[in-house]
Design a protein around this ligand. Structure first.
Ligand code: WTA
Length: 659
């Protein structure tokens, strides 16, 4: 927690919400926002209890709201019971939405499939019944390793229906990463697909499952259920492997949802921390679902007539909250997309928005930045060439959005009439925390603006004291909130260490540095720990280092992030080999080998952009690697810091040259 945060508060532009966005909004105008904030502050329990009664359907009403007796292991609505899937499906159908389209699915090749709420309930129920007949029940763990598909939503919802705890692993992760998660979560079920399609290419999934299971430690896995996406030939283990359509076949259309305790874990999602292996972030059922639904209603000011589109993958938290759970719990029609924004060309997003009449669009800064670049090269794909007047609200998530990208998005996609909701949140927070409200908050490009009602975000110093506005500090939440992480699966000590360090007075430590300006607006300055944000994906530098040193040629490695115009940050690795330092073509060839190795160990997203070989790494006399200096070297900047504490200052020169 020692990195200094530089001041960037130079933005002076302010964009008040257009009258059309204020009128009729769920939270309309700043006074309405302030009134809710005040309500939450005055009596948090009454505030949350009212919302939980209004927005969720309970099979057994709760009588307790927040239980702090085992803080920071907070419990919310702890004696209540409900079923998440019933809230997303039956509750909507009961409101007359049975024939409403729940998901408009567009495949990589452009083929469109639509499924209504009633049809989705039937698919989820049949699949859940199938899983039940295989013996799966409340509390079992299932790994889901699937492409973006209606089937992925069916799989997640079916788990939720039975109280089976799911853990989705992003399809871009390697067999090794998959195996680690299967082992850590103790999965007895794996749901996957033969292949996935992205950008016209088939990418195998089932073979990665085979490879993961063969690595050992996965003996608890009794069944592998496979969604047939492409029909590719796959290896098959009789007695263990089943096609998803066979699991559904012949099953009754009705599956009584299993009521679960409010605190029953709905899912575990792995995310990178600054040390060690990825952490299994455990979420609750009721608190999580409440916040998923509420934030869809507040942040996206959702209306029954909306067509909502979140471009995230269900393998990340954004896809959980803003595809599988939130939009369904609000009875919305949403678009779900299998492919990539640049195929068949970089106008794909704009074309899809126009064709499906998307009114709320939610994507990541990295996508926006890459599309800005792409349409400079191919003006045909510029958003101005598409009918985007259907858009009402546009959003951003995953990393800070730089003001230039914000302005481009605002002008060219939002046509200066759609508020941008720049939503700050994390896997651990379950849903949005700091974000503009489209019908209330004046926008400043690059700021995620103000905390949602009920969220006590603050910026503090090392001792937990509030810092004055304009100075940097640690972003914390002073009070618990219903959708917060409950623990790290199997590692409660690490949960406390990571998020509730004793010196911070029991506040939740987000791991981001931030500042507030004179208007109280939050400006996120990036991580304060060794976590990188590459294309909006979290990556621990330690994870990449461990992958590198696991290679037989590598003696030592240090990984840092370098700012990147498109991906936000890029991975730069400094490597010492066991043999002598390679040069020229040989160095390039080894670097390529190491990149492929990292892709195999973690996944392609973790591949170092730049690898540099040294005879050694810059270390203090006590042997500590000076990552601070490596960050400067990675940027190609000259070192102005004092290097007198270095054991071997000459090494910096050697490491400053890229291959
Ligand atoms: C970063 C993704 C600035 C931040 C939902 C956080 C952001 C990490 C924003 C969480 C934003 C996310 N502005 N930074 N609007 N949204 N971040 O767990 O560093 O994948 O801690 O959750 O992304 O990433 P995660």
């Amino acid at each position: 927690m020692s990195n200094s945060i530089e001041s960037v508060l130079v933005e002076t532009r302010v964009f008040p919400p257009p009258a059309s966005a204020v009128q009729g909004a769920t939270i309309s105008g700043m006074d309405a926002y302030r009134a809710l904030v005040a309500q939450a502050e005055r009596d948090p329990n009454a505030f949350w209890a009212r919302l939980a009664r209004e927005h969720l359907q309970w099979t057994k009403p709760f009588t307790q709201v927040l239980d702090e007796s085992k803080a920071p292991f907070y419990r919310w609505f702890g004696d209540g019971e409900l079923n998440v899937s019933a809230n997303c499906l039956e509750a909507q159908i009961a409101q007359g939405k049975g024939d409403k389209v729940a998901i408009i699915f567009e495949a990589d090749d452009g083929k469109v499939d639509k499924i209504t709420y009633s049809q989705l309930l039937v698919r989820v129920s049949r699949f859940a019944n199938g899983l039940k007949s295989l013996g799966y029940k409340l509390g079992d763990r299932a790994i889901i390793y699937m492409p973006m598909s209606i089937e992925a939503v069916v799989a997640m919802q079916a788990c939720a229906r039975l109280g089976v705890i799911h853990s989705v692993v992003f399809g871009g992760f390697s067999a090794k990463s998959l195996q680690e998660r299967i082992v850590d979560v103790g999965a007895s079920l794996v749901i996957t697909a033969d292949e996935q399609m992205r950008g016209g290419k088939a990418i195998a999934l089932k073979p990665a499952v085979e490879e993961a299971l063969a690595m050992g430690g996965c003996e608890a896995v009794r069944r592998v259920v496979v969604y047939k996406r492409t029909g590719a030939k796959v290896d098959w283990t009789e007695g263990r492997d089943l096609w998803m359509h066979d699991v559904e076949a012949g099953q009754p259309d009705v599956c009584t949802p299993t009521p679960v305790n409010a605190e029953h874990p709905l899912f575990i999602l792995y995310t990178s921390g600054s040390t060690g292996k990825p952490k299994g972030v455990q979420h609750s059922s009721a608190g999580y679902l409440l916040w998923s639904a509420l934030t869809v209603k507040w942040t996206f000011d959702s209306r029954d007539s909306d067509v909502f589109w979140c471009t995230a993958d269900v393998g990340w938290v954004t896809g959980h909250t803003y595809i599988t759970y939130g939009p369904l719990a609000c009875g919305l029609t949403q678009v779900m997309f299998e492919g990539v924004p640049t195929y068949p060309d970089s106008g794909r997003f704009w074309d899809m928005i126009a064709r499906h009449k998307v009114s709320v669009f939610y994507t990541a800064p990295t996508a926006i930045r890459s599309l800005i670049k792409a349409c400079e090269g191919n003006p045909k794909t510029h958003p101005r060439n598409y009918a985007l007047d259907c858009l009402r609200i546009i959003g951003s998530v995953g990393e800070p959005i730089n003001p230039e990208a914000w302005m481009w998005y605002y002008k060219n996609v939002g046509r200066e009439r759609c508020p941008i909701v720049d939503t700050w949140w994390q896997t651990e927070t379950g849903g949005h925390m700091i974000t503009p409200l489209p019908g209330a908050t004046p926008l400043k490009p690059g700021s995620c603006t103000l905390p949602l009602p009920g969220i006590s975000a603050a910026i503090v110093d090392e001792t937990g004291e509030d810092v004055p506005s304009g100075s940097g500090g640690f972003l914390v939440m002073k009070r618990p909130w219903p959708a917060m992480i409950r623990t790290i699966w199997g590692d409660p000590d690490r949960f406390i260490k990571s998020y509730f360090p004793p010196e911070l007075k029991g506040y939740y430590l987000a791991g981001d540095g931030a500042q507030r300006d004179a208007d109280g607006y939050f400006w996120i300055m990036g991580r304060i720990d060794d976590v990188l944000n590459v294309s909006g994906h979290r990556l621990g530098t330690m994870e990449v280092e461990s992958a590198l040193v696991a290679h037989e040629m590598v003696a030592e490695a240090a990984v840092v992030g370098r700012p990147d115009d498109t991906t936000g940050e890029a991975v730069v690795a400094f490597v010492v080999l066991k043999r002598s330092r390679p040069e020229g073509d040989e160095a390039k060839a080894i670097a390529q080998q190491l990149r492929d190795w990292v892709a195999k160990e973690i996944g392609p997203i973790a591949k170092p952009r730049d690898i540099r070989f040294g005879d050694n790494l810059p270390k203090t006399r006590s042997g500590k690697i000076m990552r601070r200096l490596l960050r400067v070297v990675a940027k190609g900047e000259t070192i102005t810091q004092d290097v007198s504490t270095l054991e071997n200052p000459a090494i910096l020169e050697q490491l400053s040259k890229s291959l």
